[in-house]
Design a protein around this ligand. Structure first.
Ligand code: MN
Length: 334
């Protein structure tokens, strides 16, 4: 049930970027890039039957959700014009300036190399070539949003292509998203890839999650209430949010020999506070009130991950026998 082919309009995109891009000249650049791309792709269609322009608009929409700058959004709108409509990069340079033209040029080159060689190179090399060619991190972010939309519309592709693209996404794109700390994109790419690569397993995990959904949610609400009761009397500011583990990460645990019921922390709670010291204070309260599971505590504040990720992680056992992962971090870390 994963492939939801949401069609974003220019108005959706506009609403998103106008929430934070306020200079009239910046907004004008994006509008002009949209008009330019729309004319160039006129008469072209996606396999879904939608006009081709819906693809660059979706890519730009994802970029606006990430609050990227106007040039990045413009380049997202223009990213397929050189490759697919025979537009000259010099035309983009004249109309939109060097930054946008350089981004589009880099994206076109990567598309070229990866199309030609994707069957012959190892995932590791593919990843290296990709990162080396994209000297500007914005190129990688646009490429990730491009892949995210292509994955979201993969149901219209033939089966062999679904498999090839999904494997490539898992090998090349998801790890890059992870390294950049773009976790939502990473999880989405992984889940959709799994849906096409292991349809039976995917459906089974989805079914198990649905069956447990209510009891897990109830346990989660109880835990939230208890933590709120513990932290409220202190002067520590906090906000609690929660997430369900992704299907792909449950799949990976199960593939390494665990049963569904043994997969810890299907639900995770996140406590956001203000300062680094308060993170450790919150941790103290959690460990004083719940039984921590040995070997599961990680201090990524003192020792950040290579991608600079910072947070405290601990896994606890509640009185009702549920296991939860708890992440504690400041707003800035989040
Ligand atoms: Mn594209």
């Amino acid at each position: 049930m994963i492939p939801e082919d949401v069609v974003y309009t220019f108005d959706d995109l506009k609403r998103e970027y106008e929430s934070y891009i306020i200079w009239p000249s910046d907004r004008k650049t994006i509008e002009e890039a949209y008009e330019f791309a729309r004319k160039k792709h006129e008469g072209q269609f996606r396999r879904s039957g939608q006009p081709y322009i819906t693809h660059p608009v979706a890519v730009a929409y994802f970029l606006a959700r990430l609050k990227t700058g106007p040039e990045t959004i413009a380049a997202g709108l223009l990213h397929d014009t050189v490759e697919d409509t025979g537009t000259k990069n010099s035309e983009i340079r004249t109309r939109f300036g060097n930054t946008v033209a350089d981004l589009v040029e880099a994206l076109t080159k990567i598309a070229d190399v990866t199309h030609k060689h994707s069957l012959h190179i190892l995932a590791e090399d593919h990843r290296k070539i990709f990162v080396a060619m994209a000297k500007d991190v914005r190129v990688i972010i646009i490429k990730l949003c491009d892949r995210l939309h292509n994955m979201s519309t993969l149901q219209y592709q033939p089966r062999d292509k679904q498999i090839r693209i999904s494997q490539e996404t898992l090998d090349v794109y998801a790890p890059i998203a992870h390294r950049l700390g773009l976790y939502k994109i990473q999880l989405r790419l992984e889940d959709i890839s799994l849906y096409y690569l292991k349809p039976t397993e995917y459906a089974e995990i989805e079914r198990l999650l649905a069956a447990k959904h209510e009891s897990l949610n109830a346990a989660l609400e109880r835990l939230k209430a208890r933590i709120t009761a513990i932290l409220s009397p202190t002067s520590i500011p906090f906000v609690i949010s929660s997430r369900v583990k992704s299907i792909y990460s449950i799949y990976k645990k199960m593939a390494s020999g665990h049963s569904f019921d043994e997969v810890y922390d299907i639900m995770a709670l996140r406590i956001i506070t203000q300062t680094e010291n308060q993170c450790y204070e919150v941790l103290g309260f959690i460990h004083a009130n719940f039984k921590p599971i040995p070997g599961r505590f990680k201090d990524y504040i003192a020792m950040p991950k290579p991608n600079l990720y910072q947070s405290l992680h601990t896994t606890i056992l509640t009185d009702d026998g549920n296991v939860f992962e708890i992440q504690i971090r400041t707003k800035a870390m989040d």
